[in-house]
Design a protein around this ligand. Structure first.
Ligand code: ADP
Ligand code: MG
Length: 268
């Protein structure tokens, strides 16, 4: 177990842990055989921090995210605390999730799709609509609020899905390969967009990706998971300027972080 729970640079380092994960493991039973999808994951996430989770396909990233979302329980002996003292946390109410596919309801207009989590939670409709419109503005889609999903490009739909993940003002935003289905250029633009949203909203974000460059570019920390057997390999603070631009990807420091992670994943 090489993981360390070093504080990230910047403001987040001062905040108390918001998520505390200790030795989280999950075993699935498949065809009467136990299969360990995740073992010994331990790390902290501070309030307002952006943490990337990176690892090869099938290494347990989604499993870990589903445990954080409260959609799946960790096996016995694991401790997961979210919220911390004085910051009560209700899964569902306090979590916003964006998946690889936007999963918009095709019979609802864009603004009504964004409002959905607020509706499900029974929040006041008028305020929710206002908030949905503010968020559409934030993701640059206010002019599309009355459109239907089929009228939008893939990147626009994914931006709608991100606005939807934020509409009920969750304390924690979980993103599972949210840009996986996009072409490379749109994906880079979305990365920059997401950083801007994060800066403006001050949310705590955990983002799962198999893109090493994306993980380094976005994260204040990168948690590396490896496969066979699934385990947590490292927890790396990314000491790059907080205001990140695409030029950063050509810098020596960016390359060094990426090479280090490729190495941990046995890909160098
Ligand atoms: P990743 O998101 O990193 O690709 P997942 O967390 O989805 O990986 O899955 C990790 C492993 O656990 C995979 O081998 C997957 O097939 C298996 N797995 C995930 N969910 C279940 C489940 N509900 N039942 C059985 N096996 C599962
Ligand atoms: Mg996955």
């Amino acid at each position: 177990m090489h993981a360390s729970a070093e504080p990230a640079h910047g403001q987040a380092a001062q905040a108390a842990p918001f998520i505390t994960l200790r030795n989280v493991a999950k075993t699935f039973v498949r065809d009467a055989t136990a299969f360990k999808a995740l073992s010994d994951a331990s790390f902290d996430v501070r309030a307002g921090e952006f943490v990337s989770l990176v690892g090869p396909s099938g290494c347990g990233k989604s499993t870990l995210l589903r445990i954080l979302a409260g959609l799946l329980t960790a096996d016995e002996g694991s401790i997961v605390s979210i919220g911390g003292p004085g910051n009560p946390f209700t899964p569902g109410r306090d979590v916003g999730i964006a998946f690889q596919q936007p999963l918009l309801l095709k019979w609802r207009r864009v603004v009504e799709n964004v409002m959905l989590p607020a509706e499900i939670l029974g929040l006041p409709l008028r305020e929710s609509r206002e908030r949905a419109r503010d968020l559409l503005d934030l993701v640059g889609l206010l002019q599309a609020e009355r459109k239907y999903p089929y009228e939008l490009s893939g990147g626009m739909q994914q931006r709608v899905a991100i606005a939807r993940a934020l509409v009920h003002d969750p304390k924690l935003v979980l993103m599972d390969e949210p840009f996986g289905a996009l072409d490379a250029l749109t994906r880079e633009r979305m990365n920059v967009e997401l950083l801007r949203i994060w800066e403006k909203s001050g949310k705590t974000i955990v983002l799962v990706t198999h893109g090493i460059g994306e993980a380094v570019f976005l994260g204040q920390r990168v948690v590396v998971l490896t496969a066979g057997p699934a385990r947590m390999a490292a927890d790396i603070p990314i000491d790059l300027p907080p205001r990140r631009t695409l030029e950063l990807k050509t810098s020596e420091a960016f390359g060094a972080y990426s090479r280090h992670i490729y190495g941990l994943l046995g890909m160098s």
